[in-house]
Ligand binder design. Structure first.
Ligand SMILES: [Zn+2]
Length: 220
């Protein structure tokens, strides 16, 4: 992995939260989601058929990524500090990255598609932070995608063009970010193979190492 010079700030955004399911009125409240849209503050997320919750996966992977980045001298800001809280709302998650002047913000998720397997990286359609930031977000998406491929992970067969890249205009966290920002769906929790990887500590460490490697090569 590259050694970085200078002070770098990365915001890690573990999707959803463990307390969301018990607080429907709080998480269903509508918040600005960019481009004049309003969306629910937050959602519960998906889970494997065996009941391993996405919020727990996201939280665990984010902590592993944080450890690796810190070991490389990167300052890491998390959008939530436990897996038992409610939210924060998607607009607040974006604000945390903006206020931290993040060099990169990476939102970590697992998907719940009824078919297909593999990971994909998503960036905002349009350029909410301006064209330079949009270019940076694209480079960040390529860096993390390349690191996932290098670690042996397959691009998602079910989203976008099947190449592991997607561009969306409906994700508030990306739409409201004025910093280089991507989301990664690390795998499909409804696919038996992906679920096995995502449910194991070694699988999560492997995913986290790839995400961290991609972030570090982007920062370098
Ligand atoms: Zn999610």
């Amino acid at each position: 992995m590259p050694t970085l010079s200078g002070h770098r700030v990365v915001v890690l955004d573990p999707g959803h939260d463990g307390g969301n399911a018990g607080h429907p009125s709080a998480i269903n409240k509508l918040v600005p989601a960019g481009y004049g849209r309003y969306k629910a503050c937050n959602t519960v997320g998906t889970e494997t058929y065996a009941g391993y919750a996405e919020h727990a996966f996201n939280w665990d992977v984010a902590q592993r990524v944080r450890s690796i980045l810190r070991a490389h001298g990167v300052t890491v800001v998390m959008t939530r500090n436990s897996d038992t809280g409610v939210g924060p709302c998607v607009n607040v998650r974006a604000e945390i990255g903006n206020e931290a002047h993040a060099d990169a913000e990476v939102s970590i998720h697992g998907d719940g598609s009824l078919q297909g397997n593999g990971f994909h990286v998503i960036r905002a359609d349009g350029d909410p932070g301006g064209p330079v930031i949009a270019g940076d977000s694209e480079r960040l998406s390529v860096a993390v995608h390349s690191a996932m491929i290098a670690a042996g992970h397959s691009p998602a067969t079910y989203s976008g063009d099947g190449d592991g890249y997607d561009v969306r205009s409906d994700l508030g966290g990306l739409n409201l970010s004025t910093q280089p920002s991507i989301m990664i769906e690390c795998g499909n929790m409804r696919d038996p193979g992906d679920a096995a990887t995502m449910s194991s500590a070694s699988g999560r460490q492997d995913i986290a190492a790839a995400i961290a490697s991609g972030i570090l090569s982007y920062l370098d």
